[in-house]
Design a protein around this ligand. Structure first.
Ligand SMILES: [Zn+2]
Length: 222
């Protein structure tokens, strides 16, 4: 191997990710609910296997005489989300409110707010009366228990949480006004369609105008 070629950044980061996994495995012990602790550990084991395999592939390539190059492509960019979504995200941040549009023609709720009604093909959202506030309560229509967590490759940090996710039909909308968000860490046995839930908002100083301004949804009625 050419001594001048260092280890590629992605390989260094995978090794760092494996170190972070070890730290996160220790944090798993702090999860009080036994089932979530098992899920979290299983998720770590899957990630560990995945990254160990990548390192083994890297080592095999080196052993066979290949030159392995750094191929992390970093493309930072900023993008305007447009007037409707800007208003929507600003309301999350400033007022802890979930806004939607209602088409003046067919009266369907458009959520998240988009500039055109997909049914009527007309522009929506220019008039104040097109806007409405949805409640931050709703009904769970299905639940996802995701156990695998991702590693953010450029930083080697583990992202995501072991919380269950739910499709939530928000009050004040149409039957298809559905938001996907985290639920609180409750016993998975109690998770089912039909649960009534309410948003738990981050405090104002932590809100950034993103869906994650809602920390999670708490069950208010079984
Ligand atoms: Zn319409």
């Amino acid at each position: 191997m050419n001594g001048k070629i260092g280890r590629p950044e992605w390989a260094v980061n995978i090794e760092r990710a494996l170190v972070h996994l070890t730290e996160n495995e220790k944090e798993c012990d702090d999860i009080t609910n036994e089932k979530y602790r098992e899920y979290a550990r299983a998720s770590m084991a899957i990630a560990r296997k995945k990254y160990q395999n990548e390192m083994a592939t890297y080592q095999r390539a080196l052993d066979e005489g290949y030159v392995v190059v750094d191929r992390i492509v970093n493309l930072p960019f900023e993008e305007s989300c447009g007037l409707r979504l800007s208003k929507f995200f600003a309301a999350l941040r400033e007022e802890a409110r979930i806004l939607a549009l209602r088409c003046p023609n067919c009266r369907r709720v458009i959520f998240p707010p988009r500039p055109v009604c997909g049914f009527c093909r007309i522009s929506v959202g220019e008039r104040d009366e097109d806007w409405q506030i949805l409640n931050d309560t709703g009904t769970v229509i299905s639940v996802i228990l995701a156990t695998e967590r991702e590693v953010d490759r450029p930083t080697a940090r583990i992202i995501g949480r072991p919380n269950p996710c739910a499709f939530i039909r928000l009050d004040g909308g149409d039957p298809w006004t559905v938001l996907v968000h985290h639920l609180e860490l409750v016993d998975p046995e109690v998770l089912k369609a039909g649960l009534r839930v309410k948003a738990v908002w981050k405090p104002r100083e932590e809100r950034r105008g993103r869906m994650s301004d809602i920390e999670y949804f708490r069950i208010i009625e079984p």
